[in-house]
Design a protein around this ligand. Structure first.
Ligand code: GLV
Ligand code: MG
Length: 318
């Protein structure tokens, strides 16, 4: 990760129409809550959901979660009212807008311009509100680099598997599982890697979308572990039962975190005059150099951001 950002290991989806769930979300140990105005809210409930979200943003009993609102996509009639209502009513407490079904950079720029005007008119710092573009269709994936760089507000690229599968006619209805008949690998690999590479190329976070079988915690763990292994930063959770698993799976393992801090200290020592100004040195039975320190820096940064504490100390050789 180029920029140090607050972690987004667990991202709770919370329908803006469900005031009970919004009330509960405020005290859940997730890194981000997104209040939804899009697909989890019926058309007839959207106006009330906007009001619920404004009221919730203004509540003072939130924890440390990032507060994000998913607006409707630009092909609808609702996006501008969503953004204006939410920012005018609760912009001071809003960290980012999640923009679904993004097809091109122009859609991100349009949101950026609207946010800039709103921030000015509401007396908010310009650029304060971030953007999380959600990749949910073939065109968006084709334009991903332009989308990722369309505005300095972009913080994370988010996968929307259900809409994506529909957009490419993938022959399955089970999000996260392989389509029957495709038996030569992971059908999602190309999409996931494209999102991950764009995120890494542009210093953004990469967030995996939902796992819809909410009673199947093993299935959730398997799906989360796959994208965590690739390098994704977090995943949506739809139910409180998925939160601990997401936080654990998207944090470094304690042993990896300890090792990473050790490598950084050992590398700093060996490259110093006191340590002999060496570019490559041994740490136990492993040779470490600049590339090892870079890998270690990523894990150490993730562990620190997740509040981990190290359990080992580096001792310079006698
Ligand atoms: C989420 O928005 C999805 O389409 O999977
Ligand atoms: Mg979607």
């Amino acid at each position: 990760m180029g920029v140090i950002m607050k972690p987004r290991r667990s991202v709770l989806a919370c329908p803006g129409s469900n005031t009970k769930m919004i009330g509960k979300a405020k005290s859940l140990p997730v890194d981000e809550v997104f209040l939804d105005l899009e697909d989890a809210v019926a058309v007839s409930a959207k106006a009330q959901a906007r009001a619920n979200i404004v009221a919730a943003l203004n509540d003072t009993d939130w924890g440390t979660q990032l507060r994000v609102v998913r607006v409707n996509d630009w092909s609808t009639a609702w996006t501008y009212t969503d953004v204006i209502t939410v920012v005018e009513g609760g912009g001071a407490a809003l960290d980012a807008i999640l923009l679904p079904k993004v097809t091109d950079a122009g859609q991100v720029r349009a949101l950026d311009l609207l946010l800039t005007q709103l921030e000015k008119s509401c007396g908010l710092e310009v650029g304060k509100i971030g953007i999380e573009p959600q990749l949910e269709n073939a065109l968006g994936l084709r334009n991903i680099d332009a989308i990722a760089t369309a505005s300095p507000r972009v913080q994370a690229l988010v996968f929307g598997p259900a809409d994506f599968m529909a957009s490419i006619n993938m022959r399955t209805l089970v999000v996260g599982e392989q389509p029957e008949g495709y038996d030569t690998g992971d059908a999602y690999h190309h999409i996931l890697m494209t999102i991950l590479l764009a995120a890494r190329a542009h210093g953004l976070q990469a967030i995996d979308g939902p796992y819809l079988q909410i009673r199947d915690l093993d299935g959730f763990r398997r799906a989360a572990a796959r994208t965590a292994a690739l390098g994704f930063d977090g995943k949506w959770v739809l139910h409180p039962s998925q939160i601990d698993a997401a936080n654990e799976i998207f944090s470094p393992r304690q042993s990896d975190y300890d090792r990473a801090e050790l490598i950084l200290e050992a590398y700093a020592f060996h490259t110093s005059a006191e340590g002999g100004s060496r570019g490559a040195a041994m740490l136990g039975s492993e040779m470490i150099d600049e590339a090892s320190a870079k890998m270690a820096a990523v894990i150490a940064e993730q562990g620190r951001a997740a509040g981990m504490r190290r359990t080992t100390q580096f001792a310079p050789p006698e």
